[in-house]
Design a protein around this ligand. Sequence first.
Ligand SMILES: [Zn+2]
Ligand SMILES: [Zn+2]
Length: 347
Amino acid sequence: METMKAGAILEVKEAKMVEIEKPVPGKGEVLIRIRACALCTFEQRAFSGVKQFPMPYLGGHEVAGEIAEVGEGVLAKWSVGKKVAVRTITRCGQCDFCHMGEDTMCTEIGKAGRQVKEMEGIGGLAEYFLVKPDMLFPLHEELPYEIGALAEPLACVIHSIDQAEIDLGDTVVVIGAGIMGLLHLQLALLKGARVLVVEVDEARRKMAMDLGASQTLDPMATDMVSFVKDFTDGSGAEVVICTPAISKLAEDSVQMVTKMGRVVLYGSFHPDTPLSLSPNQIHYSQIRLTGAVNPGSKDFLRATKMINAGIIDVGHYVDTTFPLAEIQEAYESAIKPGRFRVVVTMD
Ligand SMILES: [Zn+2]
Ligand SMILES: [Zn+2]
């Protein structure tokens, strides 16, 4: 049995490089040599103990690498050495939602997702990763792996932007200027909107302005609902995207939107405090309140096309990189406030 290295969380706030079994590609499977894996909020919550996970836990779902081995019956275009972004969350391809192309709503999503026998987790923080080729999206030869790993968060935001149905000239309010908020800003600009970004942190407000926001706003200093109303001559924004995990902000979002506007609840809510809403406001103004979760295949395709063609720059979201051997340091760095993405690299 061959082994490979993996960066596992052994218990809360304790991560370590361990040896586990290296997978072997069977018929129709491809073995990926992972070269970069970004530490998302999901993994950070496992490390910090904010959410309970079975331990040991092997996270990692924002992944780029190269094809290492190809099983029997795989199309020739998936050749050894090819650089790819990997969709790590599985779908069934057999449920109604998969058939409709809405694979983020797959009834079996992630259920085939356990990658290694030894422990729970998606398993991207390892040297190798076994996939079916429908999970692979080619990356440009020259693209650094740590950039390619950000195809997944970009794909998530592309899915969200679809829900927002932004039109040319719309006013879009993005609440929160973490990586997800700023990616929404970048994509909303490409859709021809003017964008107002709400964020408490001054450095992040500055970054939003540098990326092209029309206006930023500190919600601790200014009432954001009346600000947005004034900014739109009293009518409200066509689109509000709420990225932080705070229910009160979802209520405020509904107050900021114009007739027929769209509110997208992008982040999940912790705690999941119920909202107070006026059903009549929804009835009379025909606003739409929706969510966005997970990236679908179409979102991955568009994300990698945008990154490969240089249509969007995501390089400024990589704060720093750590080798897999320093998985503990990588996690400690990732959970520090003000981080966008810490990326673990495997050379
Ligand atoms: Zn993620
Ligand atoms: Zn399905």
